[in-house]
Structures are given as structure tokens and as C-alpha cells.
Design a binder for this molecule. Structure first.
Ligand code: ATP
Ligand code: MG
Length: 155
């Protein structure tokens, strides 16, 4: 169904913020290029992608951590960036992130099944999009997702 993207993004961030609690701040930065735009988007796929990435960003950050979530459109691509100031991902694990059940050794007692990112990768592939991760141990992690607006499957 046609969807006002800015509303949709705000609802998702509100949900994650409620779960995260007041110890975390999720800062949503919507580019003016999105203003008033209505898109034919697959809500379910986009929700899977964003919920998993934002939940990870909170879960692998210390209390008080800020998560920056930036969204913009350029040349018919939707660019989504989720940046945290959390524990980071060891270099050796970065190439295995999207494999089922893979978890990095620095997660300590933070619980998880290791499936979230494999679902994200599947959803991004269905969109014919791209996902890249940049991370530095103890500094933070950034996931960048690029989705082609014309290649997006209809819901
Ligand atoms: P779940 O299936 O509940 O999502 P999970 O969070 O362990 O469990 P993924 O979301 O697939 O699984 O993430 C895989 C692994 O990648 C994590 O266990 C963690 O080691 C690492 N990881 C993912 N996102 C981050 C992040 N933002 N910061 C640090 N490590 C991360
Ligand atoms: Mg996860």
C-alpha cells in the first residue's frame, strides 16, 4: 500500500525506543529529500531490516549509548545508515556476520541466536539492494543499506 515513508520510519523508531528504554537515545535524521514522499514499499521487508539493525545497535551498546539513524534519497536509491557507539565487531568476524548462527566472541553475556542479520541480508537481496558494515572494536559499528526505489517489490 502507498506509504508515507517518514511516518513509517518514525513509527519503527518509536517502537524500538520504547523497547530500549530511556537509557538509550535513537536519533532519527530524515533528509528533506523525503518530505511528503509516498512510496510503494514492501513494509514487511523494510520492517525486518530496520528492526533487526536498530535492535542490534541498541543491544550491543552500553547504557547511555546513542544510535544515529539517517535516511535519505539520492538518484532513486533509498540510503539508510544506522550507526552506534557500541562494542564493535572484531575484524575476523565481519565477513561472517550474515551467516546463520554466527556470533562474535566479544558479545559476552549479551544474548542472541545469530539469526537477525541473516534475515536482514535475505530481505536486502530480495530488494536487490546492498548492505555494508564498517566497525571498529570498542568504538562502534555502522551499517549502510542501499535500496533501489524502482527495484522494490510491491506489497
Ligand atoms: P538475534 O538472532 O537475536 O538477532 P544476534 O544479535 O546475536 O541474535 P545477529 O543480529 O545476526 O544475531 O548478529 C550477529 C552477530 O553480529 C552478533 O551476535 C554480534 O556478534 C554481531 N553484531 C551485530 N550487530 C552488531 C552491532 N551493532 N555491534 C556489535 N556487534 C554486532
Ligand atoms: Mg540481532
Amino acid at each position: 500500500s502507498p506509504l508515507k515513508l517518514t511516518d513509517f520510519l518514525q513509527y519503527i523508531v518509536e517502537d524500538i525506543q520504547l523497547l530500549a528504554g530511556s537509557d538509550y537515545k535513537i536519533a532519527l535524521n530524515l533528509s528533506p529529500s523525503l518530505d511528503g514522499k509516498i512510496f510503494q514499499l514492501d513494509e514487511k521487508l523494510l520492517r525486518h531490516i530496520l528492526t533487526n539493525l536498530l535492535t542490534n545497535a541498541v543491544k550491543y551498546s552500553p547504557q547511555g549509548g546513542q544510535v544515529d539513524f539517517e535516511v535519505r534519497i539520492e538518484n532513486n536509491w533509498l540510503h539508510l545508515t544506522i550507526q552506534d557507539q557500541g562494542i564493535g565487531i572484531p575484524p575476523a568476524d565481519q565477513e561472517h556476520l550474515f551467516e546463520c548462527f554466527h556470533r562474535a566472541p566479544n558479545v559476552g553475556d549479551i544474548s542472541g541466536t545469530g539469526l537477525g542479520l541473516s534475515i536482514v541480508k535475505k530481505a536486502v537481496d530480495l530488494y536487490r539492494g546492498k548492505i555494508v558494515c564498517r566497525s571498529e572494536l570498542g568504538v562502534g559499528t555502522t551499517f549502510q543499506v542501499d535500496l533501489p526505489l524502482n527495484g522494490i517489490p510491491k506489497s
